[in-house]
Ligand binder design. Structure first.
Ligand SMILES: [Zn+2]
Length: 312
């Protein structure tokens, strides 16, 4: 999801910027109100849900589940309306992280509030740097908690329909951020036009983000070529936050490639074979990671949690 929508623009450029952006918005609503475009997010979520291992409960893999998870792919982009300004302001930073300024503050803390405290202490604002890995981790933990509840209700032979609906929502919601994090321009200060030293003459126009993730994807990328590039399902080993940050860092290695492809006309019209292949790989990386994170939530939900009140 592009940040040059109203709230992010305002966040980066303060109040005069807000007034200006508001004016521009009234004249010409940005096409950028979608991430990976609707199409890209739906594709990532659909492919993840439809390739879950057979050991994951059927309620997450059924046709109805796949349809619901697919629908939820763009869900957090539906929270960007000026009709819900408080929600928009709070959640807009959760779609991205600029790893350069984040890393400049030292190792990424595991807890959102610890990161925010570091950012404030440095005289900066969290909404300008982004909160991607914390949001993704927290939503994943919601999913895991719901699946633990599902297991408990099932063991007790109680109705699981309520918790199934909750888990489906969390899985679909999670998919949005995992999808965003496969888009290289969601991980960098180079998010929409090259900044700083530019010996290779990459575009500095504020167009590349939406050019890459928007209509180009909707028009040129389809399920079969993305599915073909997905990895085999695997159980994520080790800590989910560390795995997720590693995934974001891998995504960031592709930032310059986006600019190279743009320079070669890769995101205009049908693009080029290279740009279509690259974009299919990025969407497939998102779908594979989402599938593996849902699978990990299921596996981890079986682990007993120590009672914090035991012995007290
Ligand atoms: Zn987004």
């Amino acid at each position: 999801m592009l940040r040059s929508s109203l709230s992010a623009f305002a966040a980066r450029f303060s109040l005069p910027g807000l007034a200006l952006a508001g004016l521009v918005y009234l004249i010409a609503p940005p096409p950028a109100a979608r991430a990976w475009g609707n199409g890209g997010h739906r594709l990532v979520n659909k492919l993840a849900a439809s390739t879950l291992p057979g050991s994951v409960p059927e309620f997450l893999r059924s046709e109805a589940a796949i349809n619901e998870i697919e629908y939820l792919g763009p869900e957090p982009d539906r929270w960007r309306s000026p009709g819900e300004p408080e929600l928009n302001a709070a959640q807009a930073p959760e779609h991205f992280i600029d790893l350069e300024p984040a890393d400049a503050l030292g190792p990424l803390p595991r807890h959102r509030l610890d990161f925010e405290a570091k950012v404030f202490a440095s005289g900066q604002r969290p909404e300008k740097i982004g909160l991607q890995p914390w949001e993704a981790t927290e939503v994943w933990e919601r999913l895991k908690a719901a699946l633990r509840e599902y297991r408990a209700l099932q063991t007790a032979h109680q109705d699981t329909r309520g918790v199934e609906a909750a888990a489906l929502f969390y899985a679909g919601w999670l998919g949005h951020y995992v999808g965003d994090a496969s888009q290289p321009l969601h991980t960098t200060i180079q998010y929409n036009g090259w900044v700083g030293s530019n010996p290779n003459g990459y575009t500095t126009d504020h167009q590349i983000h939406w050019q890459f993730e928007g209509p180009f994807v909707d028009t040129n990328l389809h399920e079969p070529e993305v599915r073909a590039k997905m990895t085999e399902p695997k159980a994520i080993e080790g800590d989910i936050f560390d795995n997720y940050v590693a995934y974001l860092r891998e995504t960031r290695t592709h930032v310059e490639r986006v600019y190279q492809l743009e320079k070669a006309g890769g995101f205009v019209g049908a693009g080029t074979p290279e740009s279509r292949e690259f974009t299919a790989e990025r969407l497939a990386a998102g779908a594979s990671m989402l599938r593996d994170m849902i699978y990990a939530a299921w596996l981890e939900s079986a682990k007993p949690v120590a009672d914090p009140y035991a012995g007290k």
